[in-house]
Design a protein around this ligand. Structure first.
Ligand SMILES: CC(C)(COP(=O)(O)OP(=O)(O)OC[C@H]1O[C@@H](n2cnc3c(N)ncnc32)[C@H](O)[C@@H]1OP(=O)(O)O)[C@@H](O)C(=O)NCCC(=O)NCCS
Length: 191
């Protein structure tokens, strides 16, 4: 059974316009030239930082709250990864599985740390931790960054759902077909 995450369908409404005003929430804490970054399961103590990163990455109605993240952290079928550098959280990837199909629920990178391969590493690790079956996700049609990321990682665009994210905001279903086994593109744990 899929995990139901409030707000409704926000599990797949993650592809909001990336042009987010970062001044409206906590300022980025991750230096662009951050040193070692480790991809690891989230810890309870990461959740406040993860909630702040959600606010920096998504429009208000799409950002997961602390309570939503806590719920996801506690759900047994959910994989919740962070990209950690020192005490800072540079990225988040969350996924879950329903029978033979897996789903990318949420992924984001701190605005100050983008285009360094962090989301790619998070996504690959998430795929490794959801090793069997196809993986599906939904992205906002005008989220070019997300669509480019997923396309590069082998996801095909399957179809458009009109007004999925609200009036005039269409969603696009993407899927990575897997025959089983782990993601062959997975790489090392740190950069
Ligand atoms: C989409 C997002 C997660 C990408 O994170 P990232 O850590 O910068 O991604 P990566 O560095 O791993 O980029 C991998 C590839 O994705 C593509 N990509 C990433 N950002 C891009 C952008 N702004 N424009 C075009 N392509 C982009 C590129 O192909 C990139 O490879 P390259 O840098 O070698 O050209 C990030 O922009 C983000 O957090 N956006 C806001 C939240 C969001 O929209 N999440 C996705 C919801 S579906």
């Amino acid at each position: 059974m899929w995990v139901i995450v409030p707000p409704l369908s926000s599990t797949t409404r993650m592809a909001r316009n990336p042009a987010i005003d970062v001044t409206r929430s906590e300022q980025p804490k991750v230096a662009a030239a951050a040193g070692q970054i480790e991809i690891a399961p989230v810890r309870f103590g990461d959740l406040r930082s993860a909630a702040a990163l959600q606010k920096r990455s998504f429009a208000p109605r799409l950002a997961y709250s602390y309570l939503t993240l806590l719920f996801l952290h506690l759900m047994p079928g959910v994989r919740f990864l962070v990209a950690r550098t020192g005490d800072s959280i540079a990225g988040i990837a969350i996924g879950d599985r329903n029978k033979h199909q897996s789903r990318v629920v949420n992924i984001c990178t701190d605005p100050s740390a983008r285009r360094q391969g962090i989301a790619t590493r998070l996504l690959r690790q998430l795929e490794n931790e959801l090793p069997t079956g196809d993986i599906v996700l939904m992205a906002e049609l005008d989220n070019a960054a997300a669509r480019a990321l997923y396309t590069k990682e082998g996801y095909a665009e399957l179809g458009i759902i009109r007004n999925y994210y609200g009036r005039g905001k269409d969603g696009i279903w993407m899927q990575k077909t897997r025959t089983g086994g782990k993601n062959p593109t997975s790489t090392r744990e740190t950069i």
